[in-house]
Design a protein around this ligand. Structure first.
Ligand code: NAD
Length: 518
């Protein structure tokens, strides 16, 4: 089987998983029971690396969404009344089970998404950490403040909002699902999860592990299916009180509309075209490492990818050969090989989208420079070469639109004002990166940038308590720590008079209308 961590070992595990997943149909999990769609509708889940079918998956529709929403509504009474300490215990128990299957989950995510194993190796530990973080918050999610006033006291408290619909994308399925689901479960809400149809398998494993860990039936329901066929019904269902969505901006806008009729609260984490600003005083070697990692890591299929590089003109010529050298050396290949840095795109349609942007860059007069090894997999494969677009302008489509692949648009800027103006000249506002040794400039530019998160001299390091979300077309609302809890909780104010407060007495004779002194 080969030593753990080797390509051989990963392939042996992958063969075992393929055998297991090819057996029967991957079913929905509704009210704690696995079941098919009515009428037996299914869709194929394919492996991006070779196009083979990994699994046949139940394709849900309005009926399955309705059953799941009802199950979540029924389970809500018990789960919202379960003591926080017990919710904490169960979330930790789920985390434990995820960690126990770390290697299997890493290989499964790689098979299902095409993301290289070097990035997926830590997916179980990261996902378990998401659950453990929110587990610790569970016992105090309802806490509020006590606001004394003359003769009366205001007590604020939070209460879980109700069943929450969670809709997730395919690029980091387990990490994103656990981050969202953990917050909602810690808050005492129940969940209907509609995972991405292009990478649905880890969602089913998560539901299975949650049941094993003692999560009551109906608290976490999973309905598989497409966005229009299943997701849409979830956003429109009466019993669902809020929708936490992670995905593309156009889909987010559609969901906002779909959820409007039932006045659902929505949290939308959407796309980005994130600028990285490199000033002439930057520590170039570290900036280079971060630029390459943030756009080419995870196949460029990452919402926070630094896909727009803005370099101060005075250092552009110095940076260019270093960048070209690194990009040409990127290892494209088998995602189960730990040496691989770029795997296949998720789907042929997405591969074509990335290829169209490369063609568009040439048509618009940009210079395309990059690797040339993807061709060995054949034109029908989902592999693409990592590329750099030089000679571009910020107004070009390759600088304005999210490509979501290993393609970096390189732009120049004159000075600080020009850098900020170009960075903000974008429909998106998810993240921005800036590299400078000047502390004053770092603060000034960070304040001026229109982005939910600005990383200074860093790649996308996270703090679980920190807010995360986008401005403009990158989203609505924030998650992370308290922000995530606030989204799925109602805040109530209970006002108690402890003294007889003067009340204007209406409907009594004028002489008796004066209230007594408290
Ligand atoms: P997508 O918008 O196509 O799909 C996301 C999910 O929405 C899927 O589960 C899909 O089935 C569902 N969906 C589609 N139409 C729907 C509808 N009408 N109603 C309800 N659900 C619907 O996105 P994708 O291609 O899976 O993911 C890539 C996108 O996600 C990129 O734009 C990326 O930037 C974004 N993303 C954002 C973040 C973030 O935190 N901001 C994180 C990861 C990915």
């Amino acid at each position: 089987m080969g030593a753990p961590g080797t390509t051989e070992h990963h392939h042996a595990l992958a063969s075992e998983l393929r055998r297991r997943w090819a057996h029967g149909t991957v079913e929905h999990c509704i009210g704690g029971r696995l079941g098919p769609s009515r009428g037996g509708a299914t869709f194929d889940d394919r492996c991006p690396a070779d196009g083979t079918r990994l699994a046949r998956v139940a394709e849900g529709g309005p009926e399955e969404i309705d059953q799941a929403a009802r199950a979540a509504a029924e389970a809500f009474a018990e789960w919202s009344g379960t003591p926080g300490a017990e919710r904490k215990r169960i979330l930790h128990a789920i985390a434990e089970r995820i960690e126990a299957r770390a290697e299997e989950l890493a290989v499964l995510e790689t098979l299902d998404t095409g993301q290289p194993i070097r990035f997926m190796a830590s997916v179980a530990h990261g996902s378990a950490a998401n659950l453990r973080y929110f587990a610790e918050l569970a016992p105090r999610v309802e806490h509020g403040e006590c606001l004394p006033a003359r003769g009366h006291l205001h007590c604020t408290m939070r209460q879980p909002i109700g069943p929450v619909g969670i809709i997730t994308p395919w690029n980091a399925p387990l990490m994103i699902a656990t981050w969202k689901i953990a917050a909602v479960l810690a808050a005492g809400c129940t969940v209907v999860h509609k995972p991405a149809e292009l990478a649905p398998l880890s969602a089913s494993v998560l539901a299975e592990l949650a049941l094993e860990a003692g999560l009551p039936p109906g608290v976490l329901n999973v309905v598989h299916g497409t966005g229009e066929g299943a997701g849409r019904w979830l956003t429109e269902h009466e019993a669902i009180r809020a929708i936490a969505f992670v995905g593309g901006s156009a889909t987010g806008a559609r969901i906002q509309g779909q959820a409007a009729a039932t006045l659902k609260r929505t949290q939308l984490e959407l796309g980005g075209k994130n600028p990285v600003l490199v000033f002439e005083d930057a520590e170039l070697e570290r900036a280079l490492d971060a630029i390459v990692f943030m756009i080419y890591g995870l196949n460029g299929e990452r919402c926070t990818s630094s896909s727009r590089l803005l370099v101060q003109q005075s250092i552009a010529e110095r940076l260019r050969p270093r960048l070209v050298e690194r990009v040409k050396a990127l290892r494209v290949g088998d995602p189960l090989d730990p040496a691989t840095e770029i795997g296949p795109m998720i789907h042929p349609a997405h591969r074509d989208k990335v290829r169209r942007y490369v063609a568009l860059a040439r048509e618009q007069g940009a210079e395309v420079v990059g690797g040339s090894t993807a061709a060995r997999f054949g034109p029908e494969s989902c592999y693409v070469d990592p590329v750099l677009f030089f000679g571009a302008h910020n107004s070009m489509r390759i600088a304005q639109e999210e490509i979501f692949g290993p393609a970096l648009t390189v732009l120049g800027f004159r000075d600080e004002a020009d850098a900020v103006a170009q960075a903000n000249d974008s429909p998106y506002g998810l993240a921005a990166y800036l590299w400078t040794r000047d502390t004053g400039r770092a603060h000034r530019v960070a304040r001026a940038l229109e982005a939910g998160t600005v990383w200074v001299n860093a790649h996308s390091v996270r703090h679980y308590d920190a807010p995360f979300g986008g401005m403009k077309r990158s989203g609505l609302g924030r998650d992370g720590g308290e922000h995530g809890l606030r989204f799925c909780m109602e805040t109530k104010n209970v006002v108690v008079a402890h003294d007889p407060l003067p009340i204007d007495r209406l409907g009594v004779a004028p002489a008796a209308a004066t209230p007594p002194e408290p």
